[in-house]
Design a protein around this ligand. Structure first.
Ligand code: BYC
Length: 473
């Protein structure tokens, strides 16, 4: 069942060849995907050889093959993690029942919605990042960008497979829609807010892969618990690829911090802009922005949607099976933040309703790890400055904090104060212009832009100064 048919037009480990109808449907979607990739995918470089890893197996070891390939020749395929024998559902009302191999009729709409929302984010991120190749700081970074892009394309395939295989005609229509909505499109935008924002520069890209891809990790991990087994197995395999995307973010920001610290010491100043570096205050504002728009991706802190998904066995919690409770949460409570009489307070709430905040809390704890790493660099350099995550209520448009103006420290402020300080708290147009001005393409092996340090090592045991992308004409 899990042997990968790599020779097929669509590589897969789901025995696609045995289901002619499904195979034909996906083969007719494939050219549309390729048109979308050419029109909305990475700008330029489509005819260049890029050192990419391609998923060729789903086992723990040796699942990837590495080679220089042209992006349009990348083998986008359908890979589900190994089935677990006699897997049972781990939460909600169907707790303990055998996992479903087919969509239960009563959960069809909810499951389709979850799959469509997940699927919509994947091509959206490729669209957001399509201009970045032209301004990459090194060949190493250029390759990482394209690796992320082709894998987000594969994640789109993963969701399209589920829609085609399990949701009939409306699934096929939704699959078309995934290529018709576009990031930032005035008429047909992407579904979730953060996926309509611009990613105009590489600092934004690293922030996006750190904060927004990390939402992906937590959402995918919750869907990997799903009672609908094909969704669970699909997401489990996607998480393997996702780890690299977050690595790109964590190490990308580390390298920016490292370079900034070097320039601060060399010139004995905080103001490294004249020396071509990104000052720590600007970095903090970028963190404030990307963290807050990513928190919005969790939906409202209290949500009947989330409660229904959980009770129905469709979407679990992060690491559901490792939690020592009854996995039904009918009698449990959870502290949820509320704004009451001008202060932020945690209020005990039925745990089922609080699942979005529960996941958000897991995410926030995980976000702290990068901050510790970046602050470690500053500390080792003897620089007395700490990068911080802003308060969870800062700059929020979804949930309990929307409609409130809250400072990065968590103080509720007047509209007037908000407008006076917004330029100190969020990237200003001047910050964005400055960061943009640093984005000059570097394409020689062994060279790197001046605003970022080289990586500690390369990809797949190659040196970092290697021809990861053959850019010559
Ligand atoms: N923007 O009860 P509510 C990734 C909608 S990222 C716009 O508050 P719910 C990736 C919501 O859809 C992970 N609309 O929230 C990262 C609902 O509308 P409907 C993506 C929003 O439903 C980087 C209404 O507001 N995966 O993989 O409990 C690169 C009330 O909703 C927003 C998923 O998100 C928003 N921010 O939870 C590439 C997993 N937030 O349905 C990829 C699947 C909420 O009433 N999705 N709304 O019309 C879900 O689990 C849930 O849909 C959400 C929302 C967590 C997103």
């Amino acid at each position: 069942m899990t042997t990968v048919d790599y020779q097929a037009r669509i590589p897969n480990n789901v025995d696609l060849g045995e289901n002619r109808r499904l195979q034909r449907a996906l083969e007719s979607w494939q050219p549309r995907f390729m048109d979308w990739w050419r029109e909305m995918g990475p700008e330029g470089f489509q005819d260049k050889d890029v050192y990419l890893r391609t998923a060729v197996d789903v086992g723990a070891e040796g699942w990837a093959q590495w080679d220089h390939v042209k992006m349009p020749d990348y083998r986008w395929g359908i890979f589900l993690a190994e089935p677990k024998q006699e897997r049972t559902i781990g939460f909600g009302e169907p707790l303990g029942q055998p996992a479903w191999q087919e969509v239960p009729g009563e959960h069809r709409n909810a499951l389709r919605r979850l799959i469509v929302v997940q699927g919509d984010t994947e091509p959206a991120s490729v669209e957001q990042q399509r201009h970045l190749g032209k301004i990459a700081p090194s060949l190493y970074d250029l390759r990482n960008l394209f690796q992320v892009n082709v894998e987000e394309g594969r994640h789109l395939w993963a969701m399209v497979y589920l829609l085609h295989a399990h949701f009939g005609r409306d699934g096929r229509e939704e699959a078309e829609g995934l290529l018709e909505r576009h990031s930032g499109d005035a008429d047909r935008p992407r579904i979730l807010g953060a996926f309509n924002e611009d990613t105009p520069d590489w600092l934004s890209f690293y922030m996006f892969t750190y904060f927004t891809d990390r939402d992906g990790k937590f959402q995918l991990a919750s869907l990997a618990e799903s009672g609908f087994d094909p969704l669970a197995r699909t997401c489990e395999f996607m998480l393997k690829e996702e780890a690299h995307h977050m690595f790109v973010g964590t190490t990308g920001i580390s390298r920016v911090v490292q370079r900034t610290a070097e320039l601060m010491l060399e010139h004995d100043t905080d103001d490294v802009r004249p020396f071509g570096g990104i000052d720590l205050a600007t970095l903090q504002r970028y963190i404030n922005f990307h963290y807050s728009v990513s928190l919005d991706l969790f939906g409202a802190e209290t949500s009947t949607n989330a409660a229904n998904y959980y009770a129905a066995g469709l979407k679990g919690r992060f690491r559901e099976r490792q939690r020592a409770d009854d996995h039904s949460l009918l009698d449990a409570t959870y502290p949820v933040h509320e704004v009451r009489a001008g202060v932020v307070e945690a209020v005990d709430t039925p745990a089922l309703l609080a699942l979005n905040q529960t996941l958000q809390d897991d995410y926030i704890r995980n976000c702290e790890s990068g901050l510790a790493q970046w602050n470690g660099i500053l500390k080792r350099s003897g620089i007395d400055f700490e990068l911080r995550l802003p308060h969870r209520g800062f700059h929020r448009e979804v949930g309990v904090f929307s409609g409130h103006t809250i400072s990065p420290e968590g103080r509720i402020v007047s509209q007037d104060e908000w407008h006076r300080f917004a330029g100190k708290w969020l990237p200003s147009s001047d910050d964005r212009l400055f960061v943009r001005s640093l984005m000059i393409a570097v394409r020689e092996v062994g060279r790197i832009a001046a605003w970022i340090a080289p990586p500690a090592k390369g990809i797949n045991d190659r040196p970092w100064d290697w021809e990861y992308v053959r850019t010559a004409d």
